[in-house]
Structures are given as C-alpha cells and as structure tokens.
Write a protein that binds this ligand. Structure first.
Ligand code: CXF
Ligand code: ZN
Length: 367
C-alpha cells in the first residue's frame, strides 16, 4: 500500500516526507494507521549515526494509532482498536520466556537494523529502492506502520490517542526505571540526573513510588523548575555547583537510588559518586557506542550496584495501561511534557528537541 513516510537518507538528516510502498502484514504483524508519533532522543542519535543504523530508513518508535488490519495469527488486537507501539522483543529467547523481555537476546536486529524480524524489507521508495523500516518493530514516522502482535499494546478509547505514543518508549523508560527497576520504597530518596522527557518521567515515577526526597539534577534552570512542578523536592543546577557534594550534603552522606538519563559519561560518574554504601545506580541515557567511564572498584565494593535499564524494565502490555490509568486519575501528568507538531514540521520538532525548547515533541500524522 502507499504511505507517506519521513525518510532519513544521509547522516544528520533531514527527514524528508516521501510517498513509499509498505508491505502487507505477515502472520504475526499488525497494520496500524498512525495517528501521532512521539519523537525520542534515540531517533535523533540514529539519524546522526551515533547508533549506526543502515540508511535510508524511516525512524520513529513511539507510534499511536488505530489497527487497520491484522495478520492471520494475531489474537491480541482487532481492526479499530486503539494501540500504542513499543519496542520489539522475540518472545522465545530465555529472557523473554522468563518475563524479562527488555533483556531479549534478539533485541538488536528487529529494533535497529531496518529489516522485519524475518529479515525481509517491508518498505520501498517510488523507484523500488529498499528503505529501512521496522525500526523498533514499527517505523512510526509514517502514515501507516507494520508492528508485531508482541509490540502492539491495546489502550482504552476514552483517552486522547494522539497523546499516548510516548508511553511506548521515553515515558515508560523514565517512569519504569523507577517503578519497575529501582523500585525505591515509599519514604526513600532518589536523585535523577537529566531533566528531559525520560528524567522528568522518572520524577513523576518517584512521586508515585512515594519517595520523599526527589532530587532533580540538570544544567538548565527552566527544566529544573519543571521538575519541581512535577514533584521534585530539590533541584541542583550542575552548571553552577557540584552535584555530588550537594547530594551528599542534602542526604547526609549519599543517596540510595540514582538514575542517569542524560547519556553524558561524566554525569554517570557523578551519579555513581553521589550514592551511599549499598546504593543503586541505573544507567538509562545512551552515549555514543564505545563510551567508557573509569569506575573506582573499592567504591563499588561497598555493596553499590550499577545496572543498565532498557525501556524502564517494563512489560509493556502491563505497564503502559497502568500509566494510562495513572494519567487518567491525574497522578501521571505526562501531557505537560508534550508539544504537538504537524507531520511536515518534523525537522522543526527535531530542532526544538535538540535546542531543549521542547521536551517531548509529538507529530500529528493522520488527522
Ligand atoms: C533505547 C535506548 C538505547 C538502548 C536501547 C533502548 N531506548 C529507546 O529509545
Ligand atoms: Zn526511544
């Protein structure tokens, strides 16, 4: 079928709207009419080839839309259902079978390599040239996307569908890193480094968890003010002071939970150093491939735990509907992070996100 898609053909962009040909859904696939798609930092680092995905490609991995057609084997959704698209996992490796699908052994190829899970190319341009698709098992920067039953999450019809796409990645990553991965007990303290979409979602997650000290660290005062608005109890501008010393002062010796969302290696060092004995540090922000940091082994030896967290360690079919319900009850106001753009403003949305003037751009794709 013919679709409109935003193609990145060269390192650094731009996104160019083109008419493309999308394949029919396979047995385990779902054809989704995309209503809106969030834009995530990972779309931009793939465009810029910090993550060297093959180009040309249609990126986008926070799709929200309406099921148009399902493959023969699909049972979870039917045409007309409202869905959020999330990351692809295989469902048959040991991690998926044990319920930890964010550690899926087959995560890489169907999420990043531009091919469907069976290795086929599902998108072509008007000249018949192959276009990388199936980005995060979706490629949602298009008027239609092919997802899989496993990464298609049904959502209720009484919440605005155009708002929900970011629950598929950035928002679930931030909130889930706190609620599913670090799991701080009520009354505990957490420091969240970075106040972008992921970090601010983590702040909201920490409020839901009942943390009574929530420290947001960033280098922009407007973001820190936003974090306060969302429930941070303390803010630290790391451009003006030393966050490690300030956290130690605030907590009387170091914090038990720290989350690094900025993707800056030096900030990860600060997150580690801000913890007390037994502290746990979550790595969420993605720096360029090959980035390393020095770690003081004896510092870690005192029961500290450093862990990576992918996609908020969530089981999307369970966690995304929970976030929708929390939003509906006014306990998870992630809509405050969103600014809408028309599909043909996609490059402006990307630029605003990079400048930091928009926290979570969402593209309205089909009216
Ligand atoms: C990504 C971040 C980098 C590791 C895989 C998951 N999340 C989405 O943007
Ligand atoms: Zn993402």
């Amino acid at each position: 079928m013919k679709i409109n898609g935003a193609v990145v053909r060269a390192k650094g962009g731009p996104f160019v709207l083109e008419q493309l040909e999308l394949a029919e859904p396979g047995d385990d696939q779902v054809l989704v009419k995309i209503v809106a798609s969030g834009m995530c930092h990972t779309d931009l680092i793939c465009r810029d080839q910090y993550y060297p995905v093959p180009l040309p490609m249609v990126l986008g991995h926070e799709g929200a839309g309406i099921v148009e057609k399902v493959g023969r084997g699909v049972k979870k959704v039917v045409p007309g259902d409202h869905v959020v698209l999330t990351f692809y996992t295989c469902g048959h490796c040991p991690a998926c079978l044990s319920g930890d699908s964010t550690s899926c052994a087959n995560f890489f190829v169907p999420n990043f390599m531009g091919k469907a899970a069976d290795g086929s190319c599902t998108m072509h341009d008007h000249g018949g040239g192959e276009i990388g698709a199936s980005f995060f098992g979706q490629s949602s920067f298009g008027s239609y996307a092919l997802s899989y039953e496993r990464n298609t999450v049904k959502v209720p019809k009484d919440v605005p569908l155009e708002l929900l796409g970011p629950l598929g990645c950035g928002i679930q990553t931030g909130a889930g890193s706190v609620l599913n991965a670090l799991n701080p007990p009520a009354g505990s303290s957490i420091a969240i480094f970075g106040a972008g979409a992921v970090g601010l979602s983590a702040v909201m997650g920490a409020v839901i968890a009942g943390c009574t000290t929530i420290i947001s660290v960033d280098i922009k005062d407007n973001r820190l003010a936003f974090a306060k608005d969302l429930g941070a109890t303390h803010t630290i501008n790391a451009a003006k002071g030393n966050p490690v010393e300030e956290i130690q002062k605030l907590t009387g010796g170091g914090i038990l939970y720290a989350l690094e969302t900025s993707g800056v290696a030096a900030v990860l060092g600060q997150a580690i150093n801000s913890t007390c004995y037994g502290g746990e540090i979550g790595i969420v922000g993605a720096p360029p491939l090959g980035t390393t940091i020095p770690v003081d082994v004896n510092f870690m030896l005192f029961n500290r735990k450093l862990r990576g967290i992918v996609e908020g360690h969530s089981v999307p079919d369970i966690f995304i509907p929970r976030l929708v319900e929390l939003y509906r009850q006014g306990k998870f106001p992630f809509d405050k992070l969103v600014k809408f753009y028309n599909f043909d403003q996609i490059n402006e949305a990307a630029a605003d996100s990079e400048k930091g003037v928009t926290i979570k751009p969402v593209l309205r794709i089909v009216g």
